[in-house]
Structure formats: structure tokens, C-alpha cells
Design a protein around this ligand. Structure first.
Ligand SMILES: Cc1cc2nc3c(=O)[nH]c(=O)nc-3n(C[C@H](O)[C@H](O)[C@H](O)COP(=O)(O)OP(=O)(O)OC[C@H]3O[C@@H](n4cnc5c(N)ncnc54)[C@H](O)[C@@H]3O)c2cc1C
Length: 399
């Protein structure tokens, strides 16, 4: 029996951990290097769309998801900023199950990370290891150059390296040095409200998007209903920090929604602290793999969050990567990674491009264009219109 293929995943975010779980199932000897000493609670809420749920199901995590997330069994609502008038209400629950074979969920990123981490056997995910780069080892292997928290540096040989290391990927330059990044002019405030401090309105199993001039506001319950997640997308002013850890102030968040429906302000009043994140738009990359290195998740296709698909696309990457590497020998790595690139890049690039410019519609000033948008929304069926997103079978795409 030849030794199993060795793959090093750089980054233990949702994409990296999911890839580890899929690769293990494909018989690959996988190691995850995550720079953080612990899995951090950054980023707050995530919509777990049906295309992501089905992949978590494939990993045997359906019950774990049910236990930590909130099932969107009521609706997906769009409301008007000033008075809360419902512009559109898409029934979820059984309607979603009928169309896509599963519910849609909303979850805390930390709960999802813990769930995926818990799905890995001990000794696979190594926390506190920062990748510094890769070193070619002739044609047959590659090495990861990495450091530990005490500053010691190490070089470890492997057969393939996957950069699942997020928007500021250190692996991306090895694959594609040039990247087109543009500032969107927007930033996102993110916050959590304990359920006991949130109005009943916001505790419903509903994803609510409030649309108003120049900004919008999103909220839904997470963590089995113990918390309400909120996101405010607003003009960035002079804020340029693209970090999920940067703090904003609750006063600034509140000021952005002055004059909005009292329910929005009441929810903001329950926020204790907020993160503020400047939003940058990245163009699709012309390649995701080069030799024994490939990219996955935000490292490959960071996108504006308007379609709530970043993590879902990372999971699709993870499933396809594992399918491409299943049964491959050391000399077939570059070809398998090129195949993964060819299967995944067109679809993820399309989602990336689709997310671009969405804020123009969401943020229209009151007037004829806004009235026309609201009329369109009234007859919209976002679930049905998103069939190509939510109905996609990532694994079938490999065969
Ligand atoms: C406001 C907002 C809302 C969003 N909402 C949704 C949503 O509702 N649904 C959805 O599907 N997606 C959503 N997303 C997108 C989603 O969060 C991301 O696409 C997803 O988390 C990407 O996962 P990843 O594993 O690729 O990257 P990350 O989660 O960024 O993970 C990368 C990991 O790599 C580690 N790392 C980085 N550099 C190194 C290094 N040199 N060595 C070792 N480790 C390293 C980092 O510490 C990190 O843990 C949203 C994003 C934002 C910002």
C-alpha cells in the first residue's frame, strides 16, 4: 500500500476545518496549521444556506448543527427603514425543505468552528502555528515554513499545501501575485445582543433586512436563540481597517441609524460592543492553484457579504478539493489541484461578481428608483431565484 497523500492546510477557519474533515474522509493524511492559539469568536453570525447545510450533513454534522444553530423556519423579510413596512416576506421552513432538501439555518461562527473542530480526531488541527511561506523541494514535495508562538521556526515537508488562510492570505502570492482590490466605500458594524435584552420582534426565527437610504441593517437569532446577531452596512467615512477584530463604538453604530424605525434602535440599544470592518471588493483570481499549492475559501475568493455565501462557497471548495485528491498519488498532486481549480473557480467567481454592486439596490435613496425596487421586491421569491446557489450539488459537479 502506498503511503497516504500528505496535505497541509494553512488556516483553521470554517474553510480549513471543513476541508480537513472532507480530506480525512477521502483517506488523505491531513494537518491543519492555525496561527491563533485558540479558535476565536470573531465574525459573529453566519447564514448557513442550504448548499452549505447539505455539505455539513455529508460530514455527519446534521444533529450538531441542529443543536447549535437556529432553523429559519419562519421567514426571510425585507422591511422599509422608516416604518418597518414589510417589502417582501419569503416563507422559509418547509418551503425551503421542499425546494432544496433542507432548512436554512443561522449560526454563530464560533459554534460552527467548534462543531467542525470537534469533528476532527485529536492531533489534526495545530493551534498557534503561523505559516511564513512555502519552500519547493524539487519536483516531488514541498515544505511549509512555519513559526510557533515562542518564535521558533520550523520547516515541514508535505505533498500539497492548501492556503485556507483568509483574506490576507500568505499563500496567495505563491499562486497569483497580482490581486485587484478596491475599497467599497462601506463598512460593516457587527454586534450581538443577549436574547433577554432583545425585543421579541428580533428573537423570531426570521432573517430580517431593513433597507434605507445609504445603508441597510440585518438581524437574526443565533446560538439556539440565546443571542441576536446584527450587522449594519453603512458608509465607511474614513474607516479603512479590514480586520474582524477592530472595535467600533456602539454610539457610532446608533448614530448611523438615527431616524430609523424604533425597533432597529431598540435592538441596537442592547449591543454591548461592536466590531467595525471596512469592506473591500476583490476581483476573481485568474488561477487558484500552482504546482503543489492551491487556495480555498476567502484566500481564493473573498467576496462582499451581500449574498451571505462566503463560508458556503468555502465548504463547496472543501468538498470538491477532497474529491479531487481522493486516491491521488504524490506525482498526481499538481494535476488534481488544477482539476479542483477548474471545477470550483468559475462558480465561486460568479458569486463574487454577483455580490458586487448589490449595495446600490439595497441603499437607494427614497424616490422613484426605490419605489420601483420595492415593487419588484413585493413579488420577489428570493428562495426560488437563488436556485443556482442553494440547489448546487458541489459533489455532483466533480463527476
Ligand atoms: C460581515 C460578514 C458577514 C458574513 N456573512 C456570511 C454569511 O452569512 N454566510 C456565509 O456563508 N458567509 C458569510 N461571510 C463570509 C464568511 O465569514 C467567510 O467567507 C468565511 O469565514 C471564510 O472562511 P475561510 O476559512 O476561508 O477564512 P477565515 O475564516 O478568515 O479563516 C482563515 C484562518 O486562517 C488563519 N490564518 C491566517 N493566516 C495564517 C497563517 N499565516 N498561518 C496560519 N493560519 C493563518 C486565520 O487565523 C483564520 O483562522 C460573512 C463575512 C462577513 C465579513
Amino acid at each position: 500500500m502506498p503511503a497516504p497523500l500528505r496535505v497541509t492546510l494553512v488556516g483553521g477557519g470554517l474553510g480549513g476545518l471543513a476541508a480537513a474533515a472532507f480530506l480525512l474522509r477521502a483517506g488523505v493524511d491531513v494537518q491543519v496549521y492555525e496561527q491563533s492559539p485558540r479558535l476565536r469568536e470573531v465574525g459573529a453570525g453566519i447564514v448557513v444556506a442550504p448548499n452549505m447545510v447539505r455539505l455539513l450533513d455529508a460530514l455527519g454534522l446534521h444533529e450538531a448543527l441542529e443543536a447549535c444553530a437556529v432553523k429559519l423556519d419562519a421567514a426571510w423579510e425585507f422591511r422599509r427603514w422608516e416604518d418597518g413596512r414589510v417589502l417582501s416576506a419569503q416563507p422559509m421552513g418547509e418551503t425551503c425543505v421542499r425546494m432544496y432538501g433542507t432548512h436554512c439555518y443561522v449560526a454563530h461562527r464560533a459554534d460552527l468552528l467548534a462543531m467542525l473542530h470537534g469533528a476532527l480526531p485529536p492531533g489534526i488541527a495545530h493551534l498557534g502555528r503561523r505559516c511564513l511561506g512555502v519552500l519547493p523541494q524539487g519536483d516531488d514535495a514541498i515544505a511549509v515554513h512555519w513559526s510557533e508562538r515562542d518564535g521558533s521556526e520550523h520547516v515541514t515537508e508535505t505533498d500539497a499545501v492548501i492556503g485556507a488562510d483568509g483574506i490576507h492570505s500568505v499563500l496567495r502570492p505563491y499562486v497569483e501575485p497580482a490581486i485587484d482590490v478596491r475599497f467599497s466605500g462601506l463598512c460593516a458594524f457587527r454586534g450581538l445582543v443577549p436574547a433577554e435584552d432583545a425585543p421579541a420582534f428580533a428573537r423570531r426565527a426570521v432573517q430580517t433586512l431593513w433597507l434605507g437610504p445609504g445603508r441597510h441593517f440585518v438581524h437574526y437569532p443565533i446560538s439556539s436563540g440565546r443571542l441576536v446577531n446584527l450587522v449594519g452596512i453603512v458608509p465607511a467615512g474614513d474607516w479603512r481597517d479590514e480586520s474582524w477584530l477592530a472595535e467600533g463604538t456602539v454610539d457610532d453604530l446608533r448614530a448611523e441609524y438615527a431616524g430609523w424605525d424604533a425597533r432597529v434602535l431598540q435592538l441596537i440599544d442592547g449591543v454591548r460592543s461592536t466590531q467595525r470592518w471596512a469592506m473591500y471588493d476583490r476581483s476573481p483570481l485568474p488561477r487558484w492553484s500552482r504546482g503543489r499549492v492551491a487556495l480555498l475559501g476567502d484566500a481564493a475568493h473573498a467576496m462582499l457579504p451581500f449574498f451571505a455565501q462566503g463560508a458556503a462557497q468555502a465548504l463547496e471548495d472543501a468538498a470538491v478539493l477532497a474529491a479531487c485528491l481522493r486516491g491521488v498519488g504524490r506525482d498526481g498532486v499538481a494535476e488534481a489541484l488544477a482539476r479542483y481549480d477548474a471545477i470550483r473557480r468559475p462558480r465561486a467567481s460568479e458569486v463574487q461578481l454577483m455580490s458586487r454592486g448589490r449595495e446600490v439596490q439595497n441603499h437607494l435613496p427614497d424616490g422613484p428608483a426605490q419605489a420601483a425596487r420595492d415593487e419588484t421586491l413585493a413579488s420577489a421569491e428570493p428562495l426560488r431565484q437563488s436556485a443556482w446557489l442553494y440547489g448546487h450539488d458541489a459533489l455532483a459537479a466533480c463527476s
